[in-house]
Design a protein around this ligand. Structure first.
Ligand code: ADP
Ligand code: ASP
Ligand code: MG
Length: 539
């Protein structure tokens, strides 16, 4: 059995669903047994949140958004040639229920976490039946399965914890004897023991697939997404990022915990427990090998680290005071107080002087974290042994991750050099005890620059990029541009210098290209595409 999960963009348009059909048909004809897990159509979960928020705030526009979401589903049904299919009735009924519920939210001006989970469940509950109906028209033995029947959780709405023993049994019972079917399962959603709808956290469809793969002892888990696997950094931020062919489970876990959204962090555990290999593949580029995550420790590859990730919107909290040294168990108290409040600590550092403990939390958790800690250390604060909690908002975390770091000295040196040489200040530092990860907190505004710098410092260390801005492109400036063009290859090969001219200007016009201006035609580009010169604009 193979479990395949398709993310939002992979089912985002009718064309993509047709592509999934082709892929599954090929696999089926090759005799493969499969289970498919699908997310909501791309962007639908966000849209559901938006219209629920509007309804809860008493804004009537919620209805317009709900209707747009509904039309999108009906348009998809039409484009896939399913207008006469019974799935039309199912989707229509879903939207009647959904809109009734929203009306209730609008009237009471409130959507609790429990209500939100129910509202969000419609994303997957619409996508999966449409996918199943389409696959059936191709002659595949597909049938729709609502995961709420097989995945049981506690009542932590919004990010419910799975009850594995009950869930495993339910999955095994449900799949027994159904080997000839391809179940098309809703990702992300589940129910508590009493039957209330819960969700597994944003991005949770990956987890659904892993839970099913684990329970069925699947031979492989394939996560189909919109990029070529797990890359050395987020390709939407770091242009030079490239695919990592192989990762260990531990590395994948670190990368996902520290911001690589391509895998939802809890996904790794059920696969690891049964040694099930995970492939991350690109629906837009299906023949590309992607990334394999398994219990093998990858060897080789470029650089001393495996990847660079970032988490935006972090706040540092510092608990400090001369009295801290004398208070036994103060770190333990800090962690348990935050743990009881279910606040996730993203990073911890403590200087050896023990005068202060510094932790990083997501900015949204800051007010609650400050409250909880002020309460916990109230007595010490009143006695002036501990200072009020200091907060430093507006930060991001950058982490470099990899198994190879353990045996290679100087990784942190290279990290700090890359940041320091480029004027990026480090607010806090931590190294995981597993030595798989070094993380630093920096200003949020520096995040994109830092990710690119650190990425290139580790992975493209052979060459150094130089971005050039030139004002004055007359006889002298123009000749300089010609020389740079003629010398480009030599500079790159012999001097490891990769020069890109990003901006040029004369007194009339200025022209920019973030990837580098084509120096064989800069005069035409400046003339035709340039904008009127201004000092402020250029700066
Ligand atoms: P899906 O809808 O398929 O679940 P997601 O949006 O959840 O897809 O995850 C894929 C996205 O993860 C990519 O488009 C990419 O922007 C982001 N991402 C962040 N870090 C990485 C990384 N290291 N490698 C690959 N993708 C990453
Ligand atoms: N649809 C859910 C979300 O957008 C789950 C997922 O896509 O994995 O978070
Ligand atoms: Mg995802």
């Amino acid at each position: 059995m193979k479990v395949l999960k398709f993310g939002g963009t992979s089912v985002g348009t009718p064309e993509r669903i047709v592509d999934i059909g082709k892929l599954l048909l090929d696999r089926h004809q090759a005799g493969e047994q499969m289970t498919v897990v699908t997310s909501a159509f791309g962007g639908v979960t966000d849209a559901l949140i938006k219209c629920s928020d509007l309804a809860a705030s008493g804004d009537k526009n919620y209805l317009q958004i709900a209707e747009q979401i509904e039309s999108r589903h009906h348009n998809t049904i039409r484009s896939l040639g399913l207008s006469g299919d019974e799935v039309v009735g199912e989707i229509t009924r879903n939207f009647v229920n959904f809109k009734n519920l929203l009306h209730g939210v609008f009237l009471v001006r409130e959507a609790s976490a429990r209500t939100m989970d129910f509202l969000l469940s419609f994303g997957e509950r619409n996508a999966a039946p449409i996918l199943a109906a389409y696959l059936s028209t191709l002659g595949l033995p597909a049938r729709y399965l609502d995961a709420r029947q097989i995945i049981k959780t506690n009542k932590e709405f919004g990010r419910a914890k799975v009850n594995f023993s009950t869930t495993e049994k339910l999955i095994q019972d449900r799949f027994r004897g159904g080997e000839n079917f391809i179940e098309i399962v809703t990702g992300f959603i589940a129910t508590d023991i009493g039957g209330l709808t819960t969700t597994l956290g944003r991005g949770g469809s990956d987890y659904t697939a892993a839970i099913i793969a684990g329970a069925l002892r699947a031979e492989v888990l394939e996560i189909w997404t919109d990029v070529d696997g797990v890359l050395t950094s987020n390709p939407k931020i770091v242009e030079n990022a490239y695919t990592i062919p192989e990762l260990s489970y531990d590395e994948a876990m670190e990368l996902s915990h520290f911001g690589a959204k391509v895998i939802y962090p809890p996904t790794i555990q059920p696969a690891l427990a049964e040694s099930i290999p995970i492939y991350i593949k690109n629906t837009f580029n299906p023949s590309f090998m992607g990334t394999l995550i398994s219990d093998r420790i990858p060897r080789g590859g470029k650089g001393n680290i495996t990847g660079v990730t970032g988490i935006s919107d972090i706040t540092l909290l510092t608990l400090a005071g001369s009295g801290l040294m004398g208070i036994p168990g103060s770190s333990a108290r800090l962690f348990s107080a935050l743990g009881r409040a279910k606040i996730n600590i993203v990073m911890i550092t403590q200087a050896s002087s023990e005068h202060s403990i510094c932790i990083a939390v997501r900015s949204g958790d800051t007010p609650q974290a400050v409250e909880v800690l002020s309460e916990e250390f109230q007595k010490e604060m009143e006695a002036r042994l501990v200072k009020p909690i200091k907060t430093e908002p507006g930060l991001s975390l950058i982490a470099v991750i990899g198994e190879k770091m353990k045996s290679v000295p100087g990784v942190s040196g290279s990290l700090f050099k890359a940041l320091g040489n480029n004027g990026i200040n480090v607010a806090a530092i931590a190294q995981g005890s597993s030595e798989l990860n070094i993380s630093v907190a920096i200003k949020r505004k520096d995040e994109v620059k830092a990710l690119n710098l650190v990425h290139d410092a580790f992975f493209l260390s052979e060459s150094k990029g130089l971005n050039l801005f030139l004002v004055g492109v007359g006889l002298i400036g123009g000749t300089l541009l010609e020389q740079i063009k003629d010398q480009y290859d030599t500079l790159r090969e012999d001097k490891n210098l990769d020069i890109h001219v990003i901006g040029i200007a004369n007194s009339k016009k200025m022209y920019f290209h973030s990837d580098g201006i084509d120096l064989s035609r800069w005069r035409e580009d400046l003339e035709k595409s340039g904008v009127p010169s201004s000092f402020d604009g250029y700066v």
